[in-house]
Design a binder for this molecule. Sequence first.
Ligand code: CDP
Length: 227
Amino acid sequence: MSKATTIAIDGPAASGKSTIGQLLAEKLGYLYLDTGAMYRAVALAALKRGIDIDDEESVSRLAEAIDLEILPVHSDSDGRQYTVMLDGEDVTWQIRSPEVNSVVSHVAAYRKVREAMTRLQRAIGRRGKVVMVGRDIGTVVMPDADLKIYLDASVEERARRRYRELLERGESVRFGEVVDQIRKRDSLDSRRSLAPLRPADDAVIIDTTDMDIEDVLDRALELALDP
Ligand code: CDP
């Protein structure tokens, strides 16, 4: 088969999806879309409006009404991979807050929230030349993707990566808290009934626990060029 033009990357929290997704997209000259940012933006919008996260109907209505844009960055000033605009406001860093972390998986389990986000994601996927990362890209959003990669790593290694990232951003967190958060989110994401986190049957599973970024990128690139 010739070079993959639609690439799905799924995996649990902090498995390296965004790092690899962005680098791979850059190498191939494709669009990079982080679908986690979209669910995070819905969660943030609900928090900002004081909507009860357990109120499925209100959260769903909100997901259908918000104006959400993910824009590429040209001059990378503060380490961002893209800019997230929510109703005209730049919320790129706000969607990474501990408050959003603790509610995003609840919001992402609602049927209408998923339908609204999946619709937007598929529209982008149809244009091709895309690397899309998330939890259900290979299974639900782009089941016909030319290449499906599932990135995994031990929970301790993933927590170490996320902990380092948070410290670099100047956030004060305890390592134990990060481990707990990741475990909780993994469990919610893989046990939900709609679009649960799991590898597609035809996904290539890469365990990155003992791999560095370069090695994972090389493997992903090799697969993309000859899927
Ligand atoms: O970066 P990290 O792996 O921590 O998380 P993320 O990719 O930003 O995703 C945040 C949350 O959004 C996940 O824990 C899922 O609950 C949800 N999500 C989802 O349900 N489906 C997707 N395709 C992407 C994210």
